[in-house]
Design a binder for this molecule. Structure first.
Ligand code: HEC
Length: 150
């Protein structure tokens, strides 16, 4: 019994200590003049979907619901943000070469078709970021039109 108690106390201490290590928040909002909205024509509706479902990991302005302040959820989100931004940053779209922009547009379409984005582990927690059929159709239409006018 005593050993179980000691184990629980140790676990609580570890959980508490984990809370002290908070990742840096991805909220600098930098390079807005290179934003995808300045480089491409993005209808408000499509932009709304990107903001809701993609910006947490693919922009410089993530939203942080209360539970992301609990570790290890915050750490886990931080690692996604780092990787996601490296691959695609909507706020820095204009930094990419024309060729890269085109390839990113194609990957956006692909990720929607294959339903690989937003990550299912993420929509599991952030329920409101799941894409509806209509959201997907809007994005795919936009990708197609944008590629055609590039
Ligand atoms: C929870 C964080 C997260 C969210 C939300 C998210 N992504 Fe991603 N995305 C990633 C990560 C991490 C990668 C890196 C590759 C991987 O791990 O699959 C990635 C990779 C990508 C790529 C591949 C880039 C390339 O050059 O091949 C595209 C395109 C993409 N995401 C589009 C989207 C779109 C569109 C949305 C919204 C509908 C979205 N993502 C939402 C985390 C996220």
């Amino acid at each position: 019994m005593n050993r179980i108690k000691a184990g629980l106390v140790a676990l609580l201490i570890i959980l508490f200590a984990m809370q002290l290590i908070q990742p840096i928040r991805n909220r600098n909002g930098q390079v807005v003049n290179k934003d995808s909205g300045k480089i491409l024509r993005v209808p408000e509706q499509v932009q709304g979907i990107f903001k809701k479902s993609c910006y947490d990991c693919h922009s410089n302005q993530a939203e942080y619901p209360w539970y992301t302040y609990i570790q290890p959820i915050g750490w886990w989100m931080d690692s996604h943000v780092r990787k996601g931004k490296e691959e695609l940053n909507f706020n820095e779209f204009g930094v990419y070469s024309k060729r890269r922009q085109l390839s990113k547009l194609k990957s956006i379409g692909q990720s929607i078709e294959d339903e690989t984005m937003p990550l299912s582990s993420y929509t599991f927690i952030h329920k409101n970021t799941k894409l509806s059929k209509k959201d997907k159709a809007l994005i795919l239409d936009w990708v197609k039109n944008t590629i055609n006018t590039q």
